[in-house]
Design a binder for this molecule. Structure first.
Ligand SMILES: *[C@@H]1O[C@H](CO)[C@@H](O)[C@H](O)[C@H]1NC(C)=O
Length: 402
């Protein structure tokens, strides 16, 4: 059945007037409606044997081969930073789900892990993990602390992009030698390219006056845009881009000494940080819209992570969370249980009970419980522009570029 649906979508994708809507090959809304549009378009064109064949005689379903290339910071680092720095994280990192530290900065799974689960594909191996890495379903280039800004961190987005280019070039070299790399030519083309970065760039400048911060933001977004363009020019066609979260609700930011509480909003978050995050997201969303108009044979989805993560704090009781601004693994007790000098994993950490529902794991990163809620919302597709699920993006077929 899935094969039939995919073939119907494929038949339509090439002929429905989606590019005009600016949503590339994802503009076809429900397949049935799209099939009708495509049929009308074909009739108007005097028919098209190829498209009709694809519709009436669908190819057998291929095994679902999901490939994800992820770029980002600690929000989606599945162990890269630990591997590259030789950091032995200790429990309680990982305590809730993996029951051992995996290099993720959380007590459990990250949003990218839940995305992989939903697509029935294994968790992504970090590019720089020397032992036990399996790249057959993609590569995770995300490294904790990374910035979109070149040189802002050792594995800034430009370096991650170069790592992907290197990985791709070596793979093609193997193919030309008759060898089988973990991801084949088709895998690169059909892959989803996910990006979740920018939080560290904004944070790095927040000590400056706000207008200086605003002046920096277009540069961060330009780096992400350049990355998408470069991936596209090397054949990438499916992009899944996360906006940044509600930085002003992170206990680490809230715990900085302040003169008074005038910058706090109704939910106790810092207005200035959140305004910067929203500005970044607005520009990133605009950049995605511009790219969609230019890259008409690509699908580029922007996900509003800010709304999802702010809702988690604002509507915390609905999510079964009592203290939305308190850190599970920190120091100092209320209001934030965060101390810049005694972080999670320091000898004096004060740790919440296993099973207690907290949003913030360590002041910066979310708990497994929070990541599960965020991921569930990401997976609805309701926060996506265009409004599609990542499963739909995986199952869609880009037009042939030959
Ligand atoms: C809280 O939840 C309600 C109901 O789902 C929603 O309409 C509202 O936008 C949420 N508030 C925030 C600040 O996200």
């Amino acid at each position: 059945m899935a094969g039939v649906a995919a073939a119907v979508v494929l038949a339509c994708l090439r002929y429905a007037p989606d590019a005009a809507a600016g949503y590339g090959f994802l503009a076809v809304a429900p397949p049935v409606e799209a099939a009708r549009v495509a049929a009308v378009a074909r009739a108007a064109d005097g028919g098209d044997a190829d498209a009709a064949g694809a519709r009436d005689d669908p190819a057998p379903a291929r095994p679902s081969s999901v490939v994800i290339f992820n770029f980002g910071d600690s929000n989606s680092d599945t162990g890269g930073m630990a591997a590259v720095n030789g950091m032995n994280l200790n429990l309680p990192e990982g305590r809730t789900f993996f029951r051992r530290p995996t290099g993720r900065l959380s007590d459990g799974r990250l949003v990218i892990d839940f995305i992989c689960e939903s697509l029935h594909t294994p968790y992504l191996s970090p590019y720089l993990k020397a032992l036990g890495a399996d790249f057959s379903n993609g590569v995770n280039f995300a490294i904790g602390g990374s910035t979109a800004t070149p040189g802002g961190s050792p594995f800034s987005l430009d370096v991650q992009l170069h790592q992907w280019l290197y990985f791709r070039a070596r793979s093609m070299e193997m193919i030309n030698l008759g060898q089988r790399p973990p991801i084949d030519r088709e895998g690169f083309r059909k892959a989803i390219y996910t990006i979740d970065i920018g939080q560290n760039d904004i944070s790095a400048y927040m000590h400056l006056p706000y207008d200086h911060v605003l002046a920096k933001i277009p540069g961060f977004v330009a780096q992400i845009k350049y990355t998408i363009e470069t991936l596209y020019s090397h054949g990438a066609r499916k992009f899944w881009i996360h906006g940044t979260g509600a930085l002003g609700c992170l206990p680490q930011k809230l715990a900085f000494p302040r003169d008074d509480d005038t910058d706090l909003d109704a939910h106790g978050c810092l207005n200035t940080y959140n305004a910067a995050a929203k500005r970044f997201n607005a520009l990133l969303s605009d950049a995605c819209a511009q790219l969609r108009r230019r890259m008409v044979d690509a699908a580029l989805v922007f996900v509003d992570m800010y709304t999802i993560k702010y809702d988690l704090v604002a509507n915390h009781t609905m999510h079964g969370i009592e203290k939305p601004l308190m850190v599970c693994c920190g120091y100092g007790g209320p209001p934030y249980n965060y101390n810049h000098f005694k972080a999670c994993m320091s000898a004096e950490m004060q740790l919440c009970d296993v099973g207690a529902r907290f949003i913030s794991w360590d002041g910066v990163h979310l708990t497994e419980a929070a990541n599960a809620i965020v991921a569930a919302k990401v997976l609805t597709g309701d926060y996506s522009t265009p409004r599609v699920t990542i499963a739909r993006l995986v199952n869609s077929t880009p037009p042939n570029d030959d």
